[in-house]
Design a protein around this ligand. Sequence first.
Ligand code: IMP
Ligand code: MG
Length: 172
Amino acid sequence: MEKIKILFTEDEIKARIKEIAEELNKKYEGEEVTFVCTLKGAVFFFCDLVKEFKGDARIEFLRVSSYEGESSTGKINLKFPLKAESIYGKNVVLVEDIVDTGYTLKYIRNYVKEMNPKSYVDVSLLDKKERRKVEIDPDFSGFVIDDLFVIGYGLDYDQKYRNLPYIGVVEK
Ligand code: IMP
Ligand code: MG
């Protein structure tokens, strides 16, 4: 097994999620929110974030893929769609694991907005700002990171390492 360098511990992730949740709790006080998880990478972040939400929450799931190995192809495949009626007229918070080139978030944002939600924001746990190929930023992000390939806490390298409770970098 490869050596893994820890970038964010479980406690650091939890603390940052509480801060993001506080902002969402303020923003949506008294309103219902539909949280949309982008599978598979965002799944642990999604669960931890939604549990911190104090209002009424619905949950929905979406799966797209673009990645093969370590490089983004820019071509997005919709593998598991949303139902339009679960988005129409709702306050939607789209939850992503990481924004890298930005192709995926751009695709998802358009896709969800076309279903006419009442409101829309996206939250990404990680943001590799310097890797961007299209001009897009998540409305909320947990941590801005350097150009590193990260794994753990839902993030994979060829489907491995998702179960690690922290976020790390594989040392080669
Ligand atoms: P983008 O379309 O290039 O922004 O890529 C976004 C998707 O690629 C994310 O939702 C992740 O699934 C995956 N991805 C990008 N960077 C990493 C990484 O460092 N580790 C694991 N997956 C990544
Ligand atoms: Mg992803």
